[in-house]
Design a protein around this ligand. Structure first.
Ligand code: PMV
Length: 365
């Protein structure tokens, strides 16, 4: 049966092979404390893409998922794909296409389980691919809302930060579900290094929750301090406070360590980055492994930190220019071309979400 037949059967004349993309994110400041309502700052990493394709299939045929080494029926995919399954369900329902099935393919430039927002990025890309397949435009807020419903399956009580940043254009200051886009005035670089250790965000969040119940005063003081650092970091980004941002990253790392959610390998990379000239460094994301981020004053320093982190055993290191006008990207382009060639799928570049909001205002998600 061709897409033509499926279109006729379901009365969806605009049905076609859909494509959607999102990207990685890194939390500059405020992971964990954001779960308790304190501010956090997150940065989208556009050079690390998550791509998804949705190919309409015959109803009754077991729709397949090809993602992260899994290839088989979506219904039989391991538990880790629960979020993607939910993303498919909510996107189909939003598009008025609940009776349709789609084979789904995802392809990522960045590893999962490293605090780079892989689960939200995958869900967001799948949502966009299905909406695109159905010819349905959705506002960015709607895509974020659908993605966050999938994130509930993955993380239990997500703050919403990952969903917003993996779909968005700008760094954001996120407070209790409301976000302010940050206009970065800082020609600096983030060096992001993978510890090679997959950390479970859910486990880390549960761990902090258990500590909070046991030692409320101590933990509350740490969370509050992390929140203050996040607000200050947002100001640093907007005002160009490079050295103060670096110091705050060091402080945040110490506080996160006091919550026991960093990892010795991550701590070692943080130390190494500082010795290599980073202005500050910290773990990022859920923790218990994952990635670290280091602040570099310029491209030369960023490259030197990257070399040292790779020499120190980090399996992957990426450089991200904080100033959006700076186009120096570290190897991202080669990676993209390689991946596109490897999919064997015709790529439709249109991303669903016609209502693209590029204003630097404030809106709720
Ligand atoms: O590990 P990540 O990238 O999913 O980040 C989780 C951030 C937390 O603050 C720990 C949890 C959340 O929902 O914000």
């Amino acid at each position: 049966m061709t897409i033509q037949h499926i279109r006729q059967r379901h009365g969806m004349s605009r049905l076609h092979r859909g494509y959607g993309e999102t990207w990685a994110k890194t939390i500059l400041m405020g992971e964990h404390s954001v779960v308790y309502g304190y501010p956090a700052v997150a940065v989208p990493i556009h050079s690390l893409k998550m791509r998804a394709w949705a190919i309409p299939t015959i109803t009754g045929h077991a729709a397949t998922l090809r993602s992260l080494g899994y290839y088989g029926p979506i219904d039989e995919a391991p538990e880790q794909f629960g979020g993607v399954r939910k993303a498919i369900e909510v996107a189909k329902s939003y598009a008025g296409a609940s009776t349709l099935d789609f084979d789904i393919v995802t392809r990522s430039d960045f590893p999962a389980g490293r605090g780079l927002g892989s689960s939200a990025a995958a869900s967001g890309a799948v949502v966009r691919a299905i909406l695109d397949a159905c010819g349905v435009a959705a506002s960015r807020q709607d895509v974020v809302g659908l993605t966050n419903r999938a994130e509930v399956i993955t993380h239990g009580h997500p703050s919403g930060l990952d969903a917003v940043t993996t779909c968005g254009d700008d760094p954001v200051l996120f407070v209790k579900g409301a976000m302010t886009l940050i206009d970065v005035r800082m020609p600096a670089y983030l060096v992001i290094a993978d510890s090679g250790i997959a950390g479970s965000t859910k486990e880390a969040v549960d761990d902090v929750r258990a500590q909070y119940r046991r030692e409320r005063d101590r933990v509350e003081a740490i969370l509050q301090r992390l929140g203050t650092l996040a607000s200050q970091a947002a100001r640093d980004l907007a005002e160009g406070g490079l050295n103060s941002l670096g110091r705050r990253m060091d402080d945040a790392h110490e506080l996160l360590n006091a919550l026991n959610i960093s990892h010795p390998v991550a701590n070692d990379l943080v130390e190494r980055a500082r010795r290599s000239g980073a202005l500050g460094a910290k773990m990022t994301g859920g923790g218990l492994g994952g990635c670290i981020i280091a602040l570099a004053a310029d491209g030369m320093s960023a490259r030197s930190i990257k070399r040292d982190l790779l020499a120190g055993g980090a399996p992957a290191v990426w450089i991200h220019p904080l100033n959006q006008l700076d186009v120096e990207v570290d190897g991202g382009l080669d990676q993209e071309i390689e991946d596109e060639a490897g999919t064997g799928i015709e790529i439709d570049r249109n991303i669903a979400g016609g209502d693209v909001d590029t204003s630097h205002g404030r809106f709720r998600v």
